[in-house]
Ligand binder design. Structure first.
Ligand SMILES: Nc1ncnc2c1ncn2[C@@H]1O[C@H](COP(=O)(O)OP(=O)(O)OP(=O)(O)O)[C@@H](O)[C@H]1O
Ligand SMILES: Nc1ncnc2c1ncn2[C@@H]1O[C@H](COP(=O)(O)OP(=O)(O)OP(=O)(O)O)[C@@H](O)[C@H]1O
Ligand SMILES: [Mg+2]
Ligand SMILES: [Mg+2]
Lengths: 248, 248
């Protein structure tokens, strides 16, 4: 596939990191070779996979201070960790020509070594998010089934449209995923129906139920399949992975 | 009191907007005059209170293009709405001397008209967050009782310490609030105990339970007390308000 995917939504706490980590782990268990890029200065993805050594991180690679050298997490799963210094990137690159292409350039030389590269983004629409949208083939938007979570989607769509027309003509929406979904709640079903109408075939049929194991797993440094293989979280992300693969 | 309070946590989706909106509404019902500042370009706070006209927004006031002119939401409750343009502020102010003091300057002339001014922040630690921490007397940190939510607290504490020593010597932590808390979940109790040890007397005894009414209210443009006065959300935020006032 050699596909690069950004996990993006400027709304906070919608499950970007949890979905990046869980989908990547599921893909690697199915024999796909996956590289993760942690573009969030909070480094939640790196922490969730037990990485505490941020030696060769994505900030140094974007600045050209070091080669990209992924850390092996487990069979078929690699990561380039984050750094707090990413917070400074936006300022440092103010006058850099083509500053939106830094990540695309970086990934070009290693893209063919992986089936999928998945980029976890921070909750913002700044230079870092623009780099992700410029470098990727498609993007996934996780959402909570809440009003505030769907409010910002038109803003994100507007940015994606500009990136597509000016920087990355092949950019497409991979899918929209509802996380922490409970079929019993009227609000959740209402939001699901609204998203179905708005995104047509791009809303995943698979939804992710609320599951405490997903909130516990990051403290162990293990993905959901290693931490709680029989949990609802593992079951739901496996289903998502199968639906995702069926659409490749 | 004439107190300015920032609601801040770079972790996304922890309840910053919900707490700003609900605490402010509770304070206004108790006869306090409250001004809200929506510093998040997503404008979730403005939307939650039914404001759709962003004429006199905080971006224009920070740029000096217009006077600050709050919109009345209801008795004792006013708001200066957000603007998408806030995303550009960081770049536009790159070379502005004392760019962290813009908000402090703006609020100085109106501070005495209100008992409390509460600033809702976006999930980031950039120029906008620095303006909030420079302008406020104290700050409140909402957290989810999850591992990922407490990971970033040391980063936030580090930034607050620098602001205190270089820009705003009076800056203090008002309190830490656990949202979407369920006493039955072991993870939640573990996180609560860890926060109690770490923050000493600054962790609020009051916690906010998960309550679907809080996620529904924003679509109506009403705060929780007008939308669902008998809900757990209204009860919990009323208790928080009383604990908050007892500590003034
Ligand atoms: N299905 C789920 N059930 C229970 N908890 C979940 C679920 N998905 C995510 N969480 C928890 O909810 C919180 C938010 O999820 P996560 O950090 O993945 O969101 P995010 O969009 O990456 O946040 P940010 O905007 O800060 O980057 C985390 O503490 C995570 O552990
Ligand atoms: N106690 C609660 N029970 C149920 N839902 C809640 C509760 N508190 C907040 N929510 C919902 O959870 C989501 C996240 O809350 P909110 O938007 O207030 O967080 P935030 O920290 O302001 O997010 P951001 O980082 O994007 O600014 C919202 O959809 C909100 O409606
Ligand atoms: Mg994240
Ligand atoms: Mg918010």
């Amino acid at each position: 596939a050699n596909k690069i995917i950004s996990m993006i939504n400027q709304k906070g706490g919608v499950g970007k990191t949890t979905t990046t980590c869980s989908l990547a782990a599921a893909l690697s268990l199915k024999g796909k070779k996956v590289l993760l890029i942690d573009l969030d200065p909070q480094a939640n993805l790196s922490q969730s996979l037990g990485i505490s050594d941020f030696e060769n991180n994505i900030y140094q690679a974007l600045k050209g201070e070091s080669e990209i050298s992924p850390i092996k997490v487990m069979n078929n799963l690699y990561i380039v960790p984050s750094s707090m210094d990413l917070n400074a990137l936006e300022h440092e690159m103010t006058n850099e020509p083509g500053r939106e292409y830094l990540l695309k350039e970086l990934l070009a030389s290693i893209k063919d070594n992986y089936d999928f590269i998945i980029i976890d983004c921070s909750p913002s629409i700044g230079l870092i998010a623009l780099n992700a949208l410029s470098a990727c083939d498609t993007f996934i938007i996780p959402v909570l089934p809440h009003h505030l979570s769907i409010q910002g989607l038109s803003g994100l769509a507007g940015v994606a449209k500009k990136v597509k027309s000016r920087i990355n003509p092949k950019l497409k929406l991979e899918g929209v995923l509802i996380t922490q979904f409970s079929y019993r709640k009227v609000l959740h079903r209402d939001v699901q129906n609204a998203l179905k109408k708005h995104f047509n075939g791009r809303l995943y049929d698979s939804t992710i139920r609320e599951n405490i194991s997903l909130a516990e797993a990051p403290s162990t440094g293990m993905d959901i399949f290693r931490y709680a293989p029989n949990s609802n979280g593992a079951e739901d992300y496996l289903k998502l992975c199968e639906e995702f693969l069926s659409k490749q």
